[in-house]
Design a protein around this ligand. Structure first.
Ligand code: ZN
Length: 279
């Protein structure tokens, strides 16, 4: 009798142990072995472009340029800062900035020089395909206020020609070199003229820490920050500052995303300083 009870006790213990092991196994499997579905929303635009290219290429027998890009939806409950990079693209630098932006799921506007788009069409395409904004900054960086209307138009047309050869579309908006604007510029340039509300002076200081400091101290919700992706110190500053801005609850976005999120309408001849100031 006693022996049998002992045996029963033993099998209950073994049963319990087996149950515990089975439960642990289920928990382990649930936690570590389930299929991970990576969210596609981060890169939805890119997927949409590739899918559309695939579908349309079947009919037309040729590669469709990225005309069907679907912009990401901005979380308007967050504080927004538009980052803008002038004078590029530059091999190495611009790609590093794109990577740093992508890491945080941020985007920015690139005010490209036509002559650089001609030299680095692959980088322009990368900017476009990664959901960042391809904007224009003239063909060769002259002070447009010194040019005739014909001269200004030539700068815009040559620039747009190089940009559309690279990525299939013309510049979304325009930033005149040195911020130089007069009536001729307003009359000739298509779309709004985008300036800035926070000048990092990165081209002058060439100091990453200084650029970071200006951004963190001055940039607020609705601002447009001016930088230049041709300087490696700017790249460093961007790499350092983006995670900090994310931690502070900011969303870094393109100029168009900023204006759309804030309900700002800007058209030809309008001068955009920030989401709070359009002249
Ligand atoms: Zn410039």
């Amino acid at each position: 009798m006693r022996r049998r009870r002992r045996r029963n006790k033993g099998s209950i213990v073994i049963l319990c142990l087996m149950l515990v092991i089975a439960a642990a196994g289920i928990v382990f499997a649930a936690r570590y072995m389930r299929t991970e579905y990576r969210s596609v929303s981060d890169h939805f635009g890119e997927y949409a472009v590739q899918a559309n290219e695939g579908i349309l290429a079947k009919d037309t027998k040729k590669k469709l340029k990225q005309s069907l890009y679907v912009p990401r939806k901005i979380d308007t409950s967050k504080k927004l800062i538009a980052f803008s990079f002038d004078d590029g693209p530059k091999r190495g630098n611009t790609e590093r900035i794109l990577e740093a932006l992508d890491k945080q799921d941020f985007r920015a506007s690139f005010f490209i020089l036509g002559q650089n788009a001609k030299e680095y069409p692959d980088i322009v395409e990368k900017i476009y395909k990664s959901g960042n904004e391809v904007s224009g900054h003239s063909w060769s960086h002259p002070l447009l206020t010194k040019l005739s209307q014909g001269g200004i138009k030539e700068q815009q047309d040559k620039m747009n020609d190089a940009i559309s050869k690279a990525c299939g579309t013309t510049a979304v908006s325009f930033r005149p070199p040195y911020g130089g604007i007069n009536d001729n510029v307003k009359q000739v340039i298509d779309g709004p003229l985008i300036l800035w509300s926070v000048d990092t002076l990165d081209w002058k200081t060439r100091n990453a820490k200084n650029t970071e400091k200006v951004i963190l101290e001055k940039a607020k919700d609705g601002d447009i920050v001016l930088m230049h992706d041709i300087h490696k110190q700017t790249v460093e500053a961007v790499e350092n500052v983006l995670p900090i801005l994310k931690e502070k609850g900011y969303e870094v976005c393109t100029v168009s995303e900023l204006l759309e999120a804030k309900g700002v309408k800007a058209g030809k001849g309008d001068v955009v300083i920030s989401a709070h100031q359009v002249n």
